[in-house]
Design a protein around this ligand. Structure first.
Ligand code: URA
Length: 285
């Protein structure tokens, strides 16, 4: 059993999102959260063996037999499951309206807690809003929370985050001097890259967050965050270390991309490039 769990984890299956297994492929092209009836137990679509195995494995089989048609509406554990009943552009429009109404970071966080337009919420444990100072000259934006962040409810607290803190310390900064967040606020299952739809749904919140934090500099960490923040398509090696400008409300803010600490952990030789970027950031500050 331990070997099996280790293998599953190595394959990226490191989070249980429900008490029983589901055949997600049987949903066809249904959007996450759209009304969908799981096959009833004994349904040929579930497969006789899978069905009896699932019932044997779960002592609460009677509850499961009467589960609602859309299990993403509410979980058996009582933990509410987020849904994405809207298309990506509708979710983005809704997000924009809600995000604009937030006048403080607390209000923005409260709005995110109730926002159901990003499908990642359905599988994440916690919202990861930000860590560091609420208002700061330096705002750091990464790609997405990972496992450690999902458990802690804060961005960049795992091994990559620890390296990020060391990188900041190298230019004389502590957590209290920076505002750290991500392009999406919930962990993608298995740490996959967020989809464009997921990023789009979170985008209005991130834009409002930048306005409220009002940084002098924005640093995008890693290729995926850099593309999203800077609105470009080049790879991180071409993007990094060059100043650009982003717009937040009525302000233009200098922005730069650098290498992701997770990449630096795997490729220590690239630290010299990150160091050059850090020196630029220090000089600009
Ligand atoms: N990687 C990121 O991009 N963000 C985090 O919060 C953690 C790891």
């Amino acid at each position: 059993m331990l070997s099996l769990l280790n293998w599953l984890q190595a394959m990226g299956v490191d989070a249980a999102v429900d008490d029983t297994a589901h055949d997600w492929l049987s949903r066809g092209n249904e959007a996450p959260g759209a009304a969908f009836a799981w096959p009833e137990r004994g349904d040929p679509a579930l497969g006789a063996k899978a069905s009896s195995d699932a019932v044997r494995a779960d002592p609460r089989q009677s509850t499961l037999r009467s589960r609602p048609a859309d299990p993403l509406g509410a979980s058996d554990t009582g933990r509410p499951r987020a849904v994405t009943p809207l298309g990506a552009s509708e979710a983005e429009t809704g997000a924009r309206r809600i995000a604009r109404a937030a006048n403080t970071l607390q209000e923005l966080e409260a709005a995110l807690q109730t926002f159901d337009g990003c499908g990642l919420k359905a599988t994440a444990t916690k919202l990861c809003f930000y860590r560091g100072a609420p208002a700061s000259d330096l705002m750091i934006i990464g790609e997405a929370p990972g496992r450690d962040e999902d458990l802690a409810g804060k961005p960049f607290v795992g091994r990559g985050g620890q390296l990020l803190d060391k990188m900041l310390a190298a230019i004389g900064l502590t957590e209290a001097d920076v505002h750290i967040t991500n392009v999406v606020y919930w962990r993608p299952p298995g740490n996959r890259t967020p989809t464009p739809q997921e990023t789009l749904a979170c985008r209005p919140f991130l834009e409002r967050q930048i306005e409220l934090v009002s940084p002098k500099i924005v640093v995008a960490v890693g290729g995926s965050a850099a593309k999203e923040i800077l609105g470009v398509t080049e790879g991180i090696m071409r993007l990094r270390g060059k100043w650009r400008e982003i717009t937040a409300g009525d302000r233009k803010i200098p922005a730069i991309a650098t290498l992701h600490p997770a990449y630096l952990l795997r490729t220590p030789a690239a630290k010299q490039l990150a160091w050059m970027d850090l020196l630029q950031i220090r000089a600009k500050l």
